[in-house]
Structures are given as structure tokens and as C-alpha cells.
Design a protein around this ligand. Structure first.
Ligand code: SF4
Ligand code: SF4
Length: 425
């Protein structure tokens, strides 16, 4: 087979290899594996805040099992003591449920083996003849996947192949889903859960893990995933739909160099077609994120990345039609909005007096043409509603009655005052 390791197809018939003690699940092991990776996904995970890795590892969230993280870089154990839980899980002797988190793409180890080497390995694997060889993370993934409660592919390399699988892919790198095959189901009957991004938003990773843990603990239904196994609430919309610059796009205003505030589509932004929640969530703690910090979207969450979006920094061809349409509509809409905006920037008093007493600068009061425009605009605005700019007929009647009452009250008060003054003489 293409991956050289999956020669015995996984089936849906395998059963959980972990045993559960009676009662609610209180601990879940998380085995982190790295394939062809830059470790960026690990860094993104560490930066997550909602929830944070620390919260997951200390069971700080009520109802969620404690995560016992086994990570090649972060673990406090090393050597045999670090590797033993991985081996126990492979042998089905862990005695607790576990999930697998795979970072980086899965290389075809057969290619490396032909040359007596390997691409990505961790620890040693004991062979049938008693010899030992580097335990490739691809093989470990294959060994751990059937007994895992869930396999989560973290980052675009792990989900779709990413940069290592781009044109010229000498390692035959592929995503976890490709490697495990269409028929793969975890011990709980789940296909691979995909969290794409290069690197993904840290909160996307920990939030998905939390949703899986909640499902495992029986406190929530299975998270909603789309047809590619992505959390649907994260990847259902496009970057453009939530972009802070989308209003500029709509008004046909485009940046022609970096550092400008307008829409970046003409600098090569693919946001209108890319499924990613960066513009909703920000990069870290709801701050930053590609367009917010002045960068274009290069489609790093998408299965076609990077080749489908190359060359970067060149406007997508589709922009010729949509951008031209936005420019045409925008050139008509913008002046109308500015007129309406001017009206909203006036108080009733300034409208009546025609005088705007700002000490900051001269503000032009609306002229006769603008006043006429504003009058008709207001008419249309209130048309068909019970609302009247000067109050409803009933409000005006009540107001007049109140004025009369106050006036008469004042008159009576004056009369009393004169009478008292007269009596005091
Ligand atoms: S910068 Fe990109 S995502 Fe934002 S409005 Fe422009 S095209 Fe859309
Ligand atoms: S906005 Fe685009 S470039 Fe930025 S993370 Fe999302 S998909 Fe990647």
C-alpha cells in the first residue's frame, strides 16, 4: 500500500482495548505523537487559554476527566519511563481510556527503511526476533489507533498532509485520515477528528479535546463534526464572513500595500473562500489573528494548502469579478452612507439652531439640500411604523396637556405669591 504500513486494513470490528473501572471516567491519557512536524501545533496548544492545557491536566473544569499528557517535549519523564505508558497502551494494559493526538504528517516509512533509516521515531520497538529498532510514530499511530477512544489530527500536516505533502512530496507524506484509511473507527466508533490550521488556533485544539472529554465522561453528546471530521462550529464559516475588514470589501475599498486598513484581497487574501474561525476567535486569548494584525489569508486550514493558494501574495483570480462588483456597488453606496452618517452625527439642538459648538474644529451644519434629504430619509425610516419623529399624536397631545398644566401651575403659584405678599403688608 502507498503508506507501506497499513497492509492489514483496520475494520470496524475491533473492540476497546482499555478497561474501565466502574463509575465515571476520572482520568484520560493523551498520547501526543509527532510526524513530519515543526512543533508549531504543540506551541499553539500550550498557548491555549479557553481552556488551557494546565486546566485540562489539573481537572480544573468540573465534570471533565483529568488529562494525563504524554508529550515528547513536555513530559517530565524521559527514556524508558516516558515510553512505558505508550507500550502499555499498545499492549492494551493501560487500564484507562486514552486519546491519540497526532501532530505533523505521516511519512511513508517504507521509503526510509529501504535506505536503512526512518523519518520520525520515538523510543524503540521490540521485534519478533528480539531485536530492537526505532519505533516510528507512523507505526505507533497504527498500533494505538484501534484502542484509542479517539484519534485527533492536530494541524494541517496531520489533517490533510500540509506543507510536507505539497508538490514534490519525497516522503509520500499524508494526513492521518489518509494513513488510517476510510474504514478506521476508534474504540468508541469515531473516525479521525480533524483540527486543521498551520498552526491551528490553540483554543480550537483544547476546546475540541474538551468536547471529546465531555463526550467520554457522558456529560455531553458527541461534538458536531462536518463531512471532513472538522468541528462544525469552528470551520462552518469563512474567514471573510467575520473579518474586521469585510466592511471595506463590501464598500469596494481595497488596500494596495501592507499597513493599510482596508480589505487585503488585492494583496492576495483568500479569506472569502477559506473555512477558518481565526477572524472570530483571534490567535491567542481573542487577540491578534491574521487579518487583525495586517496579514492576508493563505488558506492554511484547507486540504488544498499550500498548492491551491500558491503563489501567495497574488490576488485570487475570482477577485476580478467580485472585487469589480464591490467597487461598482461601493462607489454608489458609500456617498449615501456618508449622508446618513452626517445626520446621525447631529443632536436635535444642533439641527434646530444650525450651530455646532465644537471647540475641536469646524463642523459643517447641514445645508438646505441636506436638510431636505434628511427630512425624506426620516419619512421613509418611519414609514409604516407607529413612530413619529416628534412623537405620536397621543404623545403630542399628552405633551401639550403637560405644558398647559405646568403653565397654569406657574400662574397659580405666581398668584399665591402675590396674595401672600399682599397679606404680609
Ligand atoms: S482581508 Fe481577506 S478576509 Fe478580510 S475582508 Fe478582505 S478578503 Fe475578506
Ligand atoms: S485566516 Fe487563513 S491564513 Fe490565517 S489561520 Fe485562518 S486559514 Fe490560516
Amino acid at each position: 500500500m502507498a503508506n507501506g504500513l497499513n497492509e492489514v486494513p483496520l475494520t470496524n470490528a475491533h473492540s476497546p482495548t482499555f478497561t474501565l473501572e466502574e463509575g465515571p471516567i476520572t482520568e484520560v491519557h493523551a498520547f501526543w505523537l509527532a510526524g513530519l512536524s515543526c512543533d508549531g501545533c504543540s506551541i499553539a496548544t500550550l498557548g491555549a487559554r479557553n481552556p488551557s492545557v494546565e486546566q485540562l491536566m489539573t481537572a480544573a473544569i468540573p465534570g471533565i476527566p483529568k488529562v494525563i499528557l504524554h508529550h515528547p517535549v513536555l513530559d517530565t519523564e524521559a527514556g524508558h519511563r516516558f515510553m512505558e505508558p505508550y507500550h502499555q497502551a499498545v499492549r492494551g494494559e493501560l487500564g484507562a481510556p486514552y486519546v491519540v493526538l497526532y501532530e505533523g504528517s505521516v511519512a511513508d516509512e517504507q521509503i526510509a527503511e529501504e535506505y536503512g533509516g526512518y523519518w520520525c521515531a520515538m523510543g524503540l520497538e521490540e521485534m519478533a526476533d528480539g531485536s530492537r529498532r526505532p519505533y516510528t510514530t507512523a507505526k505507533m499511530l497504527k498500533d494505538l489507533a484501534p484502542g484509542a477512544a479517539a484519534v485527533l489530527a492536530v494541524g494541517t500536516c496531520a489533517t490533510w498532509g500540509g506543507v510536507p505533502a505539497a508538490v514534490g512530496n519525497v516522503t509520500h507524506a499524508m494526513g492521518t485520515m489518509d494513513f488510517l484509511g476510510k474504514d478506521y473507527l476508534s474504540a468508541l466508533g469515531l473516525p479521525v477528528i480533524n483540527i486543521p490550521g498551520c498552526a491551528p488556533i490553540g483554543d480550537n485544539i483544547t476546546e475540541t479535546i474538551t468536547a471529546v472529554l465531555m463526550f467520554l465522561a457522558g456529560v455531553a453528546p458527541l461534538l458536531e463534526l462536518d463531512e471532513l471530521g472538522r468541528p462544525a462550529w469552528m470551520f462552518g464559516g469563512t474567514v471573510h464572513q467575520s473579518c474586521t475588514r469585510a466592511g471595506y470589501y463590501e464598500e469596494g475599498l481595497f488596500a494596495d500595500e501592507y499597513g493599510q486598513k482596508e480589505c487585503l484581497v488585492e494583496l492576495g487574501c483568500w479569506g472569502p473562500v477559506v473555512q477558518c474561525n481565526m477572524t472570530k476567535r483571534g490567535a491567542l486569548g481573542h487577540n491578534g489573528g491574521c487579518m487583525n494584525t495586517g496579514g492576508i489569508c493563505i488558506g492554511c486550514t484547507m486540504p488544498g494548502f499550500p498548492d491551491a493558494f500558491a503563489p501567495f501574495y497574488k490576488a485570487p483570480p475570482g477577485n476580478f469579478i467580485s472585487g469589480t462588483a464591490s467597487r461598482m456597488v461601493g462607489s454608489f453606496i458609500r456617498p449615501l452612507r456618508r449622508i446618513s452618517q452626517q445626520r446621525s452625527n447631529m443632536t436635535n439642538r444642533w439641527n434646530k439652531t444650525g450651530h455646532i459648538p465644537s471647540g475641536w474644529g469646524h463642523v459643517q451644519a447641514p445645508g438646505i439640500f441636506m436638510k431636505g434629504f434628511h427630512y425624506f430619509y426620516k419619512k421613509i425610516q418611519t414609514w409604516g411604523s407607529g413612530f413619529h419623529p416628534d412623537g405620536t399624536a397621543q404623545q403630542r397631545k399628552l405633551q401639550a396637556s403637560a405644558h398647559r398644566f405646568i403653565k397654569e401651575g406657574g400662574k397659580r403659584s405666581d398668584e399665591r405669591m402675590y396674595a401672600e405678599a399682599e397679606a404680609g403688608r
